[in-house]
Design a protein around this ligand. Structure first.
Ligand code: SF4
Length: 249
């Protein structure tokens, strides 16, 4: 079984509550969404960019697609010093490759890795096929006022409910822009509370300026949203994308 990947590299986790941990990132090609703030090239590429020496900015190109055996071997090679806390699957949308991951993840777990899944949080059936091997789920809840797409709350709630039932360590991430509709935000928070429980962590991630939008929220907006969300869900933090401040991958 093979899949298309765009990048493999070791860096610091720049988002959410695990910020600062060293992760080995595996970025898949392809995404079923089109968020206006997207900063990732999601199209299939002919080669995978591999930064074998972390932070060097020098990449080897390996032809796509990659088999599960090839990827497991690359991970062994790149993590031979065992300095990465976790293997982080990101995208694009890694869950579009759920069958591939269902073959790969048991091997990685057997070799002692912790698996971190970064996801749009809207493909519950795909999650079901791999959840037993996932340690941490970083789950987006997408607002239409921010993404400029139709929202998919019912899929998000099924997804979060599944994480809760399977007792997976999950946190929710709301990317918020200056265009955030507060009614939609509060509807999302009520949904998170119902599906995930009162203590689910909500990370408010201020949108970073991107090619198609510069609607970055200001400090006053962020603090107001944190206060409003916090009245319903006490575990709410504002965490920006720190790797971008450091100009790291
Ligand atoms: S889900 Fe992620 S990768 Fe896909 S379009 Fe949105 S921001 Fe980009």
């Amino acid at each position: 079984m093979k899949t298309y990947l765009s990048e493999i590299f070791s860096s610091v986790q720049g988002e959410g509550p695990y910020v600062g941990e060293r992760h080995l990132f595996v970025r898949s090609c392809g995404c079923h969404r089109a968020c206006v703030f997207c900063d990732t090239v999601v199209e299939r590429t002919e080669t995978v960019q591999i930064e074998k020496e972390a932070g060097s900015g020098t990449f080897e190109q390996v032809p796509n697609p990659l088999s599960t055996e090839q990827l497991a071997e690359l991970i062994r090679e790149m993590d031979h010093k065992k300095e990465n806390h976790r293997i982080s699957f990101t995208g694009g949308a890694p869950l579009l490759q759920a069958n591939y991951l269902a073959k790969l993840l048991p091997v990685l777990k057997e070799e002692g890795h912790s698996i971190y899944l970064e996801t749009a949080g809207d493909l519950p059936q795909e999650l079901k096929t791999i959840i037993e091997w996932v340690d941490i789920v970083a789950m987006d809840v997408k607002l239409s006022s921010v993404t400029h797409e139709k929202n998919t709350f019912s899929e998000h709630w099924q997804f979060l409910q599944l994480c809760r039932e399977e007792k997976v360590d999950v946190f929710t991430k709301l990317v918020l822009s200056a265009e955030t509709d507060e009614d939609e935000l509060m509807e999302a928070v009520q949904g998170i509370k119902k599906a995930g429980g009162d203590h689910t962590l909500i990370v408010i991630q201020p949108m970073t300026k991107a090619a198609k939008t510069d609607a970055v929220p200001n400090g006053q907006q962020l603090l107001r949203w944190q206060e409003r969300v916090g009245r319903i869900m006490p575990n709410v933090r504002i965490i920006p994308q720190t790797h971008k401040m450091l100009e790291m991958l």
